[in-house]
Design a binder for this molecule. Sequence first.
Ligand SMILES: [Mg+2]
Length: 320
Amino acid sequence: MRIDRRSRYRGCLAGLALGDALGAPVEFESLSTIRGKYGVRGITELQPWDRFPAGSFTDDTQMSLATARGCLRFLRDGGNPYRLVLEEYRTWRRTQTNPAEIRSPGGTCLDALGSGGFGTMDAPINDSKGCGGVMRVAPAGLAWPSGSAFDPASRFAALTHGHPTGHLAGGFLAELIAALVEGRTLSEALRKARKPLVGRRGHEETLNAVQRAEELAGSTVTAPEGIQKLGEGWVADEALAIAVFCSLRNEDDFRKGVTAAVNHSGDSDSTGCLTGAILGTRLGFGALPEKWVAVLEKREEILSLADELFELRRRQSSGS
Ligand SMILES: [Mg+2]
């Protein structure tokens, strides 16, 4: 089946939000607690969490949308993309005093953005390799073509995450998304994303995590065993690896992929978010469960952001 590019843009942003929303109720719970609450298959439907209705997402999506807005402003008006994305992150940071907007934000992002400063790859702001950098930069893969997305995405992540793994994992994710937008298979996209990673200072941890995920995906381990071997996803390389593993195992089934990605004892919303971005881009908007899309928070805003990014990129690549 042919999937048009607009559908991949929508699939990416709505997909990451749905994966995040599926994992949100179980972010801090062990697999045995999740099974005790939701049954042996774990959580398989969007559920309410804290004070929020089913379909509500967390900081992962809030910050991904901030990245998307910054990229959109850059494509539309030009300027410095790092400055624009930083402004959007700071705008997000200011929302984090409003109870309706507080969705278990990561301390590293709050502290780094609250400091008034920012990090670069050469002048790191801290030594964090938390997954808060990688979890939010998928939209860079919608704004830059394959082969050019790695650098901007790593630099967006480095604004708050100073450890090489904390930002290089983000570069890898955006390259993966950019290659999937172009219609590559996941294996092809993984091969392409590896190229700009290898050779960067401190790339080994990220590369090893992705390789381990690919090996495990091709082995006979069960999904929970495979995920457990890859970690819990609180740090960038583990979150990326879990998403790669779950996506490879479910390349044709968005719902199964994100469900596998959130049912483990770790950072379920972030691994759901990353897997949702990958499979949503790979399979397009039509592959997302309709009843999930129907209750997704800020659905119209997410889809119009995707459409605007798509149009701006299309105009840019056709040279008009
Ligand atoms: Mg979160």
